[in-house]
Design a binder for this molecule. Structure first.
Ligand code: PLP
Length: 398
């Protein structure tokens, strides 16, 4: 019997990076050595004091339901922490705890987008934006990035050019996955002005706000008139090495946050109770493990960038944020006579074991895009393995 699925299921996308991980795992079953650069996960454990806080919370019986928008001490602590880091003035009413940062994307869209509304979103970008826009019958308006000497920059012209009376939302992922693009104050201010001028609501995906090596993060919500129209996606996943714990938050104007929390009632009732106490320990606890992690990641970044730039036909900048490298492989592909980045990915995987994703895992390439890119995540691989794996790739490419 064939299942008569709901029509809307056809509009749901996925994260194809997970498929690359599965392919690499399959390859390793043949006895091959795999060097994992494909997934933005961390091979660094959650700090001990956070683990202890979770165990303590379970032992203390924090195992029942808790309030839908989250436990008050965590909402208060986050309001205080985000106020400080983003230059805002928040209280617990501005915070709705979520099971990770990802649910904020769909809930923001469901709360504010009607079918037929247009949504500007980054492409290349985190694939869940496109999936959720399509699923809820919005009209996606992708915008790209320009490769400059200082790294990738927003294509503000592409953003403004596409705005029509139907455009209602903008998704902005500063400290961007996959390009690591980072707006300077001027660029962010220009974007803020565009949002004000065209009355757009903003999802500020700040998943990598704290993954910065040489500067402090800046949020678009701090510009005058922006907080009232912005929802910040906050996550514990990266800063505290808690990807599998599933803890994050939607942060924004109280009215929108209450509307988002209504989805919590309907979906998960509440985020895991004891995990929230661990989150509180993360926010209030020592920041030494976080600083150590950044140091480790910086070393991995520097090693990866150095070796990649020694490869024939590959060039990559040294980004200040995230743990991704978006390397330009246009010349290498030309040398190899290849058209499709997927052929390049497979050849490198099966000849060297180095596993990464490509530009095509981050949305459908835009018309006129000529440059070819791969994305390497250095969050899940140690420096010595980076040297060994990328060394093999360098040998392959010459
Ligand atoms: C840009 C971006 N936004 C959101 C998320 C979701 O993070 P979380 O693991 O907290 O759901 C990710 C995860 O990799 C991401 O890269």
């Amino acid at each position: 019997m064939s299942i008569r699925f709901a029509e809307r299921n056809k509009r749901l996308g996925t994260e194809t990076a997970f498929a690359v991980g599965a392919e690499a795992a399959q390859f390793s079953l043949t006895g091959a050595r795999v060097y994992p650069f494909h997934l933005g996960d961390l091979n660094i454990p959650t700090p001990e004091h956070i683990v202890e806080a979770a165990i303590r919370a379970i032992r203390e019986g924090k195992t029942g339901y808790c309030p839908t928008p989250g436990i008050l001490p965590l909402r208060e602590a986050l309001a205080e922490d985000i106020s400080r880091s983003r230059d805002l003035n928040l209280d617990a009413g501005n915070v709705s705890i979520q099971t990770g940062g990802k649910p904020v994307i769909g809930k923001f869209i469901m709360t504010l987008m009607n079918p037929g509304d247009e949504v500007l979103y980054p492409n290349p970008g985190y694939p869940i934006y496109e999936s959720m826009i399509n699923f809820h019958e919005g009209v996606g308006k992708p915008y790209g990035f320009r490769e400059t000497e200082k790294g990738f920059a927003l294509d503000l012209d592409a953003i403004e050019r596409q705005i029509s009376p139907k455009t209602k939302l903008l998704i902005y992922n500063n400290y961007h996955n996959p390009t690591s693009a980072e707006s300077d104050e001027e660029e962010m201010k220009r974007l803020a002005d565009i949002c004000l001028k065209h009355n757009l609501y903003v999802l500020s995906d700040e998943a990598y706000f704290d993954m910065l090596y040489d500067s402090k993060g800046m949020s678009i919500s701090r510009f005058p008139g922006l907080f009232e129209r912005t929802v910040i996606l906050f996550t514990f996943s990266k800063k505290f090495a808690m990807t599998g714990w599933r803890l994050g938050a939607a942060i924004g104007p109280k009215e929108i946050i209450d509307a988002i929390s209504l989805f919590n009632v309907n979906d998960e009732s509440c985020t895991n109770h004891f995990v929230q106490w661990a989150g509180l320990a993360a926010i209030k606890g020592p920041m030494e493990p976080y600083r150590e992690m950044l140091k480790t990641l910086k070393e991995r970044r520097d090693t990866s960038v150095e070796i990649l730039n020694q490869m024939k036909g590959i060039s990559v900048g040294k980004p200040n944020s995230t743990f991704y490298l978006f390397a330009n492989i246009t010349a290498a592909m030309k040398d190899l006579g290849m058209q499709d980045v997927e052929d390049f990915r497979k050849q490198v995987l099966y000849k060297t074991g180095v596993s990464f994703t490509t530009r095509n895992h981050f949305g459908t390439p835009l018309p006129g895009e000529k440059q070819k890119y791969i994305r390497l995540a250095y969050s899940g691989i140690n420096t010595s393995d980076i040297r060994e794996g990328l060394g093999k790739m360098k040998e392959l490419l010459g």
